[in-house]
Design a binder for this molecule. Structure first.
Ligand code: FAD
Ligand code: UDP
Length: 366
C-alpha cells in the first residue's frame, strides 16, 4: 500500500500540514534531510537557555485562527521585540520612532520630526522611489539612512542600496510615537519550551524520518507515495534545469560569555558597514532566564552557493521571473504540492507560513 501523504521537510509548513492531515485520520509520513526536526525555527536548549539555532524567531500575528491553532501545541510567553541599533557605539531605538528621532536630532515633537523628514526627502519630491536608497530616504530622511540603514542593508544583501528593490525596506515600521514594540501585532510571543518542542507536539503521533534527503531517492519516494507535499527549494526539485534561484545565506557564531547579562537586550543590530556581522542575539532575553553566564550569537550575512543554507530569497525582478518558470513546471507536476518559504520562493513570516499550511491542508481534505 502506498503512503497517502509524504511530507518533505519538517519545518513549520510541513509540520502543520502533517498535523492537520493526521488529525483527520489521513496517513502521513514526514521526511527531513537534517538530523533534527523543526526546520529553521529549531531551538536547542543549552545549559537551560533556548538557543535559536537558525536566527532569532519572534512569533507575531494578527490572525486569531493561526494564534489559537498554535496555542494548542505551545504556551507562549509575552516577549515583545524592542531591538537596539548600534552605530559605532551610539545606540538608537528600533523600529524608527520618536525615541530614535530624539536621539538623532534632539527633536521631541512629532510635527518637528515630520518637517525634518519632509526637508530631507525634497530631492525625491513628486516621483516614486525607484530603489531601496530612495525609498529609505523618503521614509526617514538621509541622516537616518546613512546611520542605520545603508551599512546594515549593504551587509545583509551584499550589494549597494541603489541597486536593491524598494520593497525590502517597506517591512520596517516608522512611527511618530514613542513605541519601541517592533511588531505591530495583536498576538506576540515565544514558546516557553522552545519552538522545537512545539513542532514535536505538532508531529507527536506522526512517523518522522530524519537524515532522509528526498532528492537523493526521488524516484523511490515518488513510487511509494500517492501525494507529496514538498517544502524544499523548488529549483532543486527540478535539478536547477533553468539555473539556480538566488538566496542570501547566513553564518551564526555562538559563544558562551561568563557574565549574566551581555547587552541587556535580545537583539542588537550593528548598522555600520565595517562590523562584519549584522546582529548579536542574546538568547536568554527571549525568556528572562536567570544564569550567571550568557550565550550570544553573531549573525554574519554571506554569499549563497549550492550546498549552503538558503535563508533569504532574493525577490528581485530577475529571480521572480526565473521562479515563474519553475512555477509553471510545478503546476504540471502531478500530485506534488509545493509549499513553505523554499517551495514558494518567498520570504514568509511564521504566521503566514502557518496560514498557508492550514489552507493547503484544508484543500487536500476537501
Ligand atoms: P523551513 O523551516 O526551512 O523548513 C523546510 C525544511 O525542509 C527544512 O527543515 C529542510 O531541511 C527540509 N528539506 C529541504 N529540502 C529537503 C529534502 N530534499 N529532503 C528532505 N527535507 C528537506 N518569521 C517570523 O514570523 N518571526 C521572526 O522573528 C522570524 N525570524 C527569521 C529570521 C531569519 C534569519 C529567517 C531566515 C527567517 C525568519 N522568519 C521569521 C521566517 C521563518 O523562519 C519562516 O516563516 C519559517 O521557518 C518557514 O518554514 P518552512 O517550513 O517553510 O521552511
Ligand atoms: N534594516 C536596516 N537596519 C536595521 C534593521 C533592518 O536597514 O537596523 C533593513 C534591512 O534592509 C533589512 C530590512 O530592513 O533587510 C528588514 O529587516 P528586518 O530586521 O525587519 O527583517 P529580518 O532581516 O529580521 O527578516
Amino acid at each position: 500500500m502506498k503512503i497517502p501523504h509524504l511530507i518533505v521537510g519538517s519545518g513549520l509548513f510541513g509540520s502543520v500540514v502533517a498535523q492537520r492531515l493526521k488529525a483527520n485520520n489521513k496517513g502521513v509520513l514526514v521526511i527531513e534531510k537534517r538530523n533534527h526536526l523543526a526546520g529553521n525555527v529549531f531551538t536547542e536548549e543549552i545549559d537551560g537557555i533556548q538557543v535559536h539555532k537558525y536566527g532569532a524567531h519572534i512569533f507575531h500575528t494578527n490572525n486569531s485562527t493561526v494564534w489559537e491553532y498554535l496555542n494548542q501545541f505551545a504556551s507562549f510567553n509575552n516577549f515583545r521585540n524592542a531591538p537596539m541599533a548600534n552605530y559605532k557605539g551610539r545606540l538608537f531605538n528600533l523600529p524608527f520612532n520618536m525615541n530614535t528621532f530624539y536621539s538623532l536630532w534632539g527633536l521631541s515633537k512629532p510635527e518637528e520630526v515630520k518637517r525634518k523628514i519632509e526637508e530631507q526627502r525634497k530631492e525625491f519630491q513628486g516621483r516614486v522611489p525607484k530603489n531601496l536608497e530612495e525609498q529609505a530616504i523618503c521614509l526617514v530622511g538621509r541622516d537616518l539612512y546613512e546611520l542605520l540603514i545603508k551599512g546594515y542593508t549593504e551587509k545583509q544583501w551584499g550589494r549597494p542600496c541603489s541597486s536593491l528593490p524598494p520593497f525590502i525596506i517597506k517591512r520596517l515600521p516608522v512611527r511618530l510615537n514613542f513605541d519601541n514594540n517592533y511588531f505591530n501585532a495583536r498576538f506576540q510571543g515565544i514558546p516557553l519550551e522552545g519552538y522545537t518542542s512545539m513542532v514535536k507536539n505538532l508531529l507527536s503521533s506522526i512517523d518522522t524520518w530524519t537524515n532522509k534527503d528526498f532528492l537523493k531517492e526521488k524516484d523511490y519516494f515518488r513510487s511509494i507515495s500517492e501525494k507529496i507535499i514538498y517544502t524544499g527549494p523548488i529549483d532543486e526539485y527540478f535539478d536547477f534545469c533553468y539555473g539556480p534561484l538566488e538566496y542570501r545565506s547566513l553564518k551564526f557564531e555562538t559563544t558562551r560569555i561568563e557574565t549574566p547579562n551581555y547587552q541587556g537586550v535580545a537583539v542588537m543590530n550593528f548598522t555600520d558597514r565595517e562590523t562584519a556581522y549584522t546582529r548579536i542575539i542574546e538568547h536568554k532575553h527571549f525568556s528572562s532566564v536567570e544564569t550567571d553566564f550568557t550565550l550570544i550569537s553573531k549573525e554574519y550575512p554571506s554569499r549563497w552557493e549550492k550546498g549552503e543554507e538558503p535563508y533569504y530569497p532574493v525577490n528581485d525582478e530577475k529571480n521572480n521571473l526565473l521562479y515563474q518558470k519553475y512555477l509553471n513546471l510545478a503546476q504540471s507536476e502531478k500530485s506534488v504540492y509545493f509549499g513553505g518559504r523554499l517551495g514558494l520562493y518567498k520570504y514568509l513570516d511564521m504566521d503566514q507560513t502557518v496560514e498557508k499550511a492550514l489552507n493547503l491542508a484544508s484543500s487536500l481534505l476537501s
